[in-house]
Structure formats: C-alpha cells, structure tokens
Design a protein around this ligand. Sequence first.
Ligand code: HEM
Length: 432
Amino acid sequence: MPPTPRDADRPQDLRFSRMERLLGGHPIRTVTVDGTSARFVTDPALVRRILVTDARHYGKSELLQKARILSKSGLLAPDDARHRHYRRLAHPHLRTTAVTAHTPLMADVARATAASWRPGQPVDIQAAMCRAAGRIALTALLGPTTGATSDQLTDRLAALSWEMITKPLYGRAARARRPAARLRQAFTDFRTPLARCVTDRLNSPHPTTHYLAALLADTGPAAGGALSGEQVCDEAVMMLTAATVTTASVMSWALYTLARHPLAEEKVLKDLAQPADTDTDTAARPGHGHGPPGYTLRFLMEVLRLHPPVWITSRRTLTHVTLGEHTLPAGTDVVFSSYLLHRHPAHYRDPHRFDPDRWLTTRPRPQDATYLPFGTGSRGCVGETFAWQELHVLLAALAQEWRLTLQPGTRPRAAAHTTLHPHRLLMIPQPR
Ligand code: HEM
C-alpha cells in the first residue's frame, strides 16, 4: 500500500517485509536502521550518483555491517587510495585471462559435486553450493593445497560462509549473542588453518602466481609495510567469503528456479547442449565475453534480478553532498536496495514475474542503475567476470547430469540475511 503523505515524513523502521512500501512517494526517505537514522534511496538516477558520478564523496558505511568481522585493511578499507591499491592487486587474478585459466578448475569442482549426489537422496542445495563455490575460490585464489589441508579449508570456508549467509544483517537478531558467537567461532576455525597455509607460502622457496602471492608481496618494508601477515590472512578471508556466499546463493536460486519452471529448464538444457553460442539476442553480455550462451545468460540474469544476493547496500557521505533535492551533511548513512530497484514496477513490467526474455534485444532496455546485481562504479564487484563463468560452469554440470525436484513438503522462502538466499532448500536429484 503506498504511504499516505503524513507517513512519508515519519522515519520508518527498515524491515525487509515492509520495504516495498518505501517505493511509493518521495525518492529519498528517512528510515531508521538499528536506531540510527539513514536515507533510503529508491530513484536509480540518484543511486547512480552515489555509486558512480559522486562516488568520491561516499565511503563505506558501517550501518549494515555491524555484524561483520571482516578485514578493514585492504579492499574494504574506508580510505580511497588504499582501496584502489588493493583493487589493482586483485584485478589481474579475476580478469578475463585469469578466468579462462580457472575454467578447468571450475569444471572439475562442478563434476565432482555432481558425482557426489545419489539418486533420490535429498541434497541441502545451499550447503552443497557453499562447498563447491568455496573450493573453487580457494584453489583459484590461493593456489593448490594438498588433500587433507584442501578438504579442511574447504569444509571450514563452507561452514563460515553458511554462518555469514544466515546471519541477520541488522535489527535485534543481528546483535543476538548466539549467532554472533557461532559466526566468530566459524571465523576462527577457518582462519587457523588458513594462517598456517599463508605461513607455509611465505617460507616456500617456490613462488606462485596466485592472488595470495600478490598479497604476500605487499607485506614487509619493501612494500612500505602495507599489510601485516595477519592482515594478509584477513584479506584472504574477505575475498574468499565474498566469492563464496554470493555465488552459493545465486546457484541455489538458479537450481530452484529450474525446478519451478520446466519450460525454462528445457530451454537451458537445449542451450547448454549446443557447442557454440548461436543465440546473440540477449540485450547485454555481462562478464566481458565470459559466461553462458544466449538463453542461459538471460535465465541467469533474470535469477539475479529477482534474487540479488547483495540485496541491500549502504554508503556514508564523506562531505556535505547534494542528492536530489536534499543536502546531506558529512557522516549521513544512505541505503538502497537492488532487490527493490529490480522489482520496481516503473522500471520492470510485471516485475515479480520470472521472464528471461525480458532481456532480449527486441525488448526495451531497462534504465541505467535499475539492474545492479554486481553493484557498479569503483566499489562494484571485482569478481563479476569470475562469477559469470563460475555460474555457467556449475549450472551446466549440475543441470545436465541431474533433474532436481523440491523435497515434498518443503516450501523454501526468501531469507533476507547477509545475502538473500532460499531458506532450507532441500532437493531430490534424479539422473537425466
Ligand atoms: C554471483 C556472484 C556475485 C555477486 C552477485 C556479487 C555481488 C557483489 C556486489 C553487489 C558488490 C558491491 C557491494 C557494494 O557496492 O558495496 C560486490 C563486491 C565485491 N565482490 Fe562480488 N559478487 C559475486 C561474486 C564475487 C566473486 C566470485 C568474487 C571474487 C572472486 C567477489 C568479490 C568481491 C569483492 C572483493 C567485493 C568488494 C569490492 C570493493 O569493495 O571494491 N564477488 N559483489
């Protein structure tokens, strides 16, 4: 229901279930998040100003990150120069050529995941996807580790990712002691073997070319003491969890969507069976040439539109800024939601309907900044190319081998925690 003019002036408590009410009325509304006042922005043109045009006036905000325990020294550093430096360090390991080199690894992990399922035995999809995405990220970014270490790191990264995914992002539940303690424990459990692995690499006479090596080269006096050994570890945890929690949530929604839409499933399978991408009708090809062919790309774009894992984002003004008709003092928190932008009826016709063909070139293109599953601008997703390829490879291996149906009696709902993920997604695999 659209708000009445009287409601429009009153700060509203930010709640996922009530967020759609914020779409009506003024494009910038005052909300409270955990008792802190913030501005909620629903106009994509203003979101673009925040993320791109005036990005230098906005820094990272702590508003939605109180529960986070990740590194603040590298990529997530509040200061711009430091952020740029660590982004440059990560970039060569995630750009197109690196992604091409990582594709056989992605395929191996995808095949091993498919081979681990048994006909008729329920699979906890989100947990399985955390494990697959975690193993890919670990091997691609840290380099190969030996059997036992690799399994331990994978298990613990998957466990940490699961704790992160299911941790409420704000509100009373986010401050509750038990989930916070579990998350901290999972963090320590993962960080301990990771720290050993980092020390081994530091002392190893054999240089590697992985992202971890780039971080390690940034320690010590020659690099101006940029990162301590501890911070290298924290930075690696940040990158690995950023790669795992997001991909696991999208893959879970993708498999769920295939089961719900048999026609789409049929088209995806037909598309994946073709040796080359013959369908060039999709409006934009993200991921710089990587990623799935025509219909499968549209399918995944639509999954990401309806279920963006990073469903809410915040920034803090660094100086006085003008945003629309508002002047915001330094230190103001601004919040926007890709989930809402993606379901705004002014930008998407029949916005809640699953329709991959809305991405055909023949359909009107959505306005700039109305589709932001990977964010945009200088702090947008550095792993986007990697992610598109990984989604494609995992989907191809799993969907071509198994037909998944929902376990009878389960009705997964969207849980809006750190990521937007399907709550309790149990599926039954049957061979194709
Ligand atoms: C489908 C999968 C993914 C989605 C939907 C996604 C989404 C996003 C979004 C929306 C942001 C921007 C957040 C903001 O503006 O505050 C972001 C940032 C980031 N992502 Fe991803 N991501 C995905 C996969 C990955 C992968 C595979 C990696 C690494 C291999 C990665 C690494 C990062 C990092 C390090 C940042 C922080 C960038 C910075 O602050 O400069 N992501 N991601």
